[in-house]
Design a protein. Structure first.
Length: 258
């Protein structure tokens, strides 16, 4: 509770870091902030071409099926890769200024989350313009799923950025693990396509219920199953608590290690 109160007193610092990250992300580029929308669209075109035309996934409106899973994964994947180095990349700040070290992973994840929310504008535009539409009742559950994914992203980022201070190679290792993790998550395929004998392993993946819930709401236009939401919340809460605990131990020697 003491740390939470301290973080609240440093809320303006968190907001400033989020703004700085959002403003500086595409600084100097010609298209600037438009890359927030163009990047997922370009990835959608490539994956759709491969899996609907070449490899033929056999899923109706595959571009929609893929898009509603790809954007949430891009948020989580960016937290795994970029968030790993968010402490040692700000080592001058950590060495010279006192502030709760949790500020750095929290601000990084929040900036990525805001970026995802902006990209959801494109998702809703595609859903409406394609004639697929939305189920308003199901959309009421979308903030719950986003919150669950946010918990999961906070927990993983805290664990990884803390460990990366002591093991610098972790950032490069997790760029590979992140790619493998995406293919082990039902982002580009339905969970039903996984052979029954392997489904229990895929369901142990904390991102599986999150992606399934997003797809239920946006693609199938139905309310997510309670078991899916409960599994996602348990995964997210557990990893957040583990990340908070691990980070609180490792942060004591950050200044000496950097």
């Amino acid at each position: 509770m003491k740390t939470i109160k301290e973080l609240y007193s440093y809320r303006q610092m968190i907001i400033s870091l989020v703004r700085r990250d959002l403003r500086g992300r595409y600084k100097g580029s010609v298209l600037g902030f438009l890359w927030t929308f163009l990047n997922p669209l370009l990835q959608l075109v490539v994956y759709s071409l491969v899996f609907s035309t070449i490899m033929r996934a056999g899923i109706e409106k595959y571009y929609l099926f893929l898009f509603v899973g790809l954007v949430p994964w891009m948020f989580f994947g960016s937290c795994l890769t970029g968030g790993t180095g968010c402490i040692w990349q700000q080592q001058d700040m950590v060495k010279k200024i006192y502030f709760p070290r949790e500020v750095l992973p929290i601000s990084y994840v929040l900036s990525q989350f805001v970026n995802m929310l902006l990209t959801f504008i494109v998702i809703f535009a595609v859903l409406i313009l394609s004639g697929h539409g939305c189920n308003i009742q199901a959309l009421c559950y979308l903030p719950i799923v986003m919150f669950v994914e946010l918990l999961l992203a906070f927990g993983m980022t805290m664990i990884l950025c803390g460990l990366a201070v002591y093991f610098r190679d972790l950032e490069y290792i997790f760029s590979i693990i992140s790619m493998a993790w995406m293919y082990l998550t039902p982002v580009m395929y339905a969970i039903d396509m996984v052979p029954p004998e392997f489904q229990k392993y895929f369901l142990a993946n904390p991102m599986t219920p999150v992606i399934v819930a997003y797809r239920d709401i946006l693609y199938y236009k139905q309310i997510p199953h309670l078991q899916t939401l409960l599994s996602g919340f348990i995964f997210g809460s557990t990893i957040l608590l583990a990340g908070w605990f691990v980070f609180s131990i490792m942060k004591r020697n950050f200044a000496e290690e950097l």
